[in-house]
Design a protein around this ligand. Sequence first.
Ligand SMILES: C[S@@+](CC[C@H](N)C(=O)[O-])C[C@H]1O[C@@H](n2cnc3c(N)ncnc32)[C@H](O)[C@@H]1O
Length: 264
Amino acid sequence: MSPLPSDYPRYAWQMLTGQRAAKEAETHAQRMRDLQPWLDLGRPLDILDVGNGSLRPQYALLRGAGHRVTGIDFVNQPALGWKAHAYRLLRGMYALQLGLGQAAMEPTGLLKGNVGVLPFPDATFDLAVSYAAFEHFLEIPKVLTELQRVLRSGGLLWVGIHLFTSPSGGHNVSFTEYPLRTLPPGTEPWDHLRKRRRPFTVPLNQWRKQQYLAAFAHHFEVLHHYCALREGEQWLTPDLQVELADYSRDELTCATLVLVAAKR
Ligand SMILES: C[S@@+](CC[C@H](N)C(=O)[O-])C[C@H]1O[C@@H](n2cnc3c(N)ncnc32)[C@H](O)[C@@H]1O
């Protein structure tokens, strides 16, 4: 997600103080724990990072752990200008804070492309991972069909999804705080499910938890799923529960849904 201009100072502060790097390291460690019952992560694996993003922290962490990592994303292309320069600086800072050499950030394994049309032969990867990207994919069945194809027999998929139905799921108020703990002045909780006063600034498929579970189960064997991050319990008043009665409490307060699945 791109920051809104007013978010930049706070974002920069979180980068400088290492708060963001610490969160990325936590996500990486959690993923290792999730996968450990099914996968030997001690040997070098062929891994695909699906929607690696401009800062690519998870791509770097997996490379730093000794794996052969390929990333695919629209943003993977040589770029010029102040934004590209800022991303380069931030990636360098991430590498330092995460205790990785700069080599882990190098773009050697990165491809520019659409995750719905993967430019890889069948059975190329042992593991596909994706963090905070699935909620932006507009053709999920196509993506899942492709992931199923490029995974090896018994290959695994680990996905962390920022759920649309959570308070920060509209992506407008979520950038600087994740999970969301304070609402910016003038913002109503779950505005994106109610009056939609704030426009969306990034593509969002608006999928709900059950849609993800059904789509993943259609293409893969779902081994495990859980809510990794909660937010918004304090704003779910009895009045709001009535107004948002189409949504369960679980989906209204789950900011990150994690799914672990295996190729059948
Ligand atoms: C919020 S970023 C997540 C980045 C990264 N995984 C992270 O955790 O920092 C979502 C990324 O998905 C990419 N994306 C969205 N739809 C895509 C598509 N159809 N094909 C390739 N990349 C896509 C965007 O370009 C963006 O970089």
